[in-house]
Design a protein around this ligand. Sequence first.
Ligand code: 1CP
Length: 334
Amino acid sequence: MDKPLLKALAGETVRPAPFWLMRQAGRYLPEYRKLRASAGSFLDLCFSPALAAEVTLQPVRRFGTDAAILFSDILTVPYALGQRVEFVEGRGPVLGPFDPDALEPAGSRLDAVYEAVRLVRASLPENVALIGFAGAPWTVAAYMVEGGSSRDWLQVRRMALGEPERFAGLIDRLTDVTVDHLSAQAEAGAEALQLFDSWAGLLPPAGIRRWCLEPARRIAAALRERHPSVPLILFPRGAAVFAAEFAGTADCVGLDTAADPAWAAGKVQGQAAVQGNLDPMLLVIGGDAMERAARDILSAFRQGPHVFNLGHGVLPMTPPEHVAALRRIVQEAP
Ligand code: 1CP
């Protein structure tokens, strides 16, 4: 196990810090836009193993990242459960109506995703680790209930806080499906797994514990049983004050943009590896501002296991040259 990412996730202090970026494949890369234009719909791209594998490898080739993250989407899961899912240009995801009590079994609908994992694994450079992922139950439920993205997420918040018994049925179902989906990626060759809880920060503290932390614990326990050697990264965005609690249940906690590295180095890094957390806007801006902020993060986390990343995904207007510059800064940091 010589891959720098896997060493850091196992708790080793690895320098230079392993480097990858959330949403490192995608719209800011010309080679992605070119392939995307010829692939048909976004879901067609996700479910074409050879194309999904190619897009996964694009940022690895261009920047020499320490990890590849499988090119896919968290909304393949509602699709597999029988809900209509479309990605509309300029509008984002649009999901059809659904009945939480009448979801279909996923069956073999996600097999193309696992085939993409196998293809990537077979052509990955020696020191690069492959990360599989899924959306956390709360975040996936949010898109399912709202029928897409939302400014205020009123319907899912009302259901979670106002009809907890009914909502628990949906979260339990998504928890089981998420375990199966992550396990299948591990079986196909994913060497680490990340759970994206992008909307954890919408909930009050008791809601975060019940709808984010509890399902994360169940997912982590089931995966430890099925795949004890595959580490798990939790990313509860907007819930960094709970990072220490999440750290008790995973190998690594992804910190969002607002988390203070000095605080996290003291309260989180002693229990689990930390990942993060440069503001994606600084990657758009580049130059000295980016360099100073990246160095501050590296120096705050230098005493323990740290995976360098952003505090959220790469923004579409990011100049690729800034990613290359950031990669050098992390590689050459003292
Ligand atoms: O046409 C296009 O190219 C669509 C843009 C796009 C891309 C490139 C979407 C639509 N999804 C993706 C890929 C993707 N999504 C990846 C793999 C690429 C990589 O990381 O390199 C991953 C890990 C995701 C995960 C994802 N999808 C999340 C969790 C992470 C996060 O950003 O918070 C979420 C919330 C989604 C939903 C989603 N997918 C796409 C859109 C536009 C959205 C909605 C975002 C929103 O509600 O604001």
